[in-house]
Design a protein around this ligand. Structure first.
Ligand code: F6R
Length: 265
């Protein structure tokens, strides 16, 4: 796991955007467009905004043919609800960068087909060739996607119940914790760790404890994000505040500053 401690959230967004653009360009050159795994929530917004800004300035790669898979989706929202994660990712990123709506995927929370929704989503990811790079945020309780503490480290896409902590954290999108759905469909930890490269972004003091548990604590379902320690290609991009509880902070800085130019994330 490579831990990169940067000064500001803007630097985190810029390095994450460089990494996404590299993948899109590399895949474009092979004639098979990239498959990106996208997170919603507040943290990746600055990265999406940076990518959109570069595309508008004519500095970005072409997103023609790029396919995306969301991590998760709320269950039980009325059709077309603006806080559904599919609507959110389209509004905040994919529409603006020119990814065709039919190539933007999320777990399907339609009630009548819910029991098979997880299996269908897994099959869709496999059919697309797998996710090359997966953007991730982390919950203040250590959740990854909506795999709450106690989730199996081998889990696949399925229905989960949100913790009170997560519903409180997400109340800002719904007006109150009571309005946040209790149930979600989420990629499992086993699904996430099948992606080629995992890019965890965390900014702000509120994430410091969860980041320390995920990066330096034991691998345990109690901190779902600690599953990242088992993956061969993980980049954890942090600002100073999110890195503030890491014991080996100075070592991570030394490693990153001595990194050769030819070696990307
Ligand atoms: C969102 C998701 C969640 C968030 C996490 C952090 O698709 O899967 O795991 O990444 O809750 O959310 P923010 O970035 O809003 O703090």
């Amino acid at each position: 796991m490579e831990v990169v401690v940067l000064e500001t959230p803007a630097e985190v967004a810029s390095l994450a955007a460089d990494t996404i653009e590299d993948v899109v360009r590399r895949r474009e050159a092979t004639g098979t467009p990239a498959v990106l795994g996208l997170a919603t929530g507040s943290t990746p917004l600055a990265t999406y905004e940076e990518l959109i800004r570069r595309a508008r300035d004519g500095r970005g790669p072409s997103y023609e043919g790029v396919e995306t898979f969301n991590l998760d989706e709320y269950v039980g929202l009325p059709d077309g609800h603006e806080q559904s994660y599919l609507a959110t990712i389209r509004r905040e990123f994919t529409d603006a960068i020119g990814i065709q709506p039919e190539r933007v995927h999320g777990p399907d929370p339609t009630e009548e087909t819910l029991p098979a929704a997880g299996e269908r989503y897994e099959a869709a990811i496999v059919a697309a060739g797998g996710i090359e790079v997966q953007i991730l945020g982390i919950g203040s309780d250590g959740h990854l996607a909506f795999n709450e503490p106690g989730s199996s480290l081998a889990s696949l896409t399925r229905i989960k119940t949100l913790t009170a902590t997560t519903r409180k954290d997400n109340a800002r999108f719904f007006g109150s914790p009571e309005a946040v759905p209790h149930h979600v469909l989420t990629q499992g930890l086993g699904t996430i760790t099948r992606a080629g490269h995992l890019l965890l972004l965390a900014t702000g003091e509120g994430k410091a404890e969860a980041v320390a548990a995920a990066v330096e604590g034991p691998v345990s379902a109690t901190c779902p994000a600690s599953v990242l320690q088992l993956h061969g290609h993980v980049s954890v991009l942090l600002d100073e505040a999110a890195a503030s509880r890491l014991v080996r902070r100075d070592y991570y800085r030394e490693v990153y500053s001595g990194k050769p130019d030819w070696q990307g994330l």
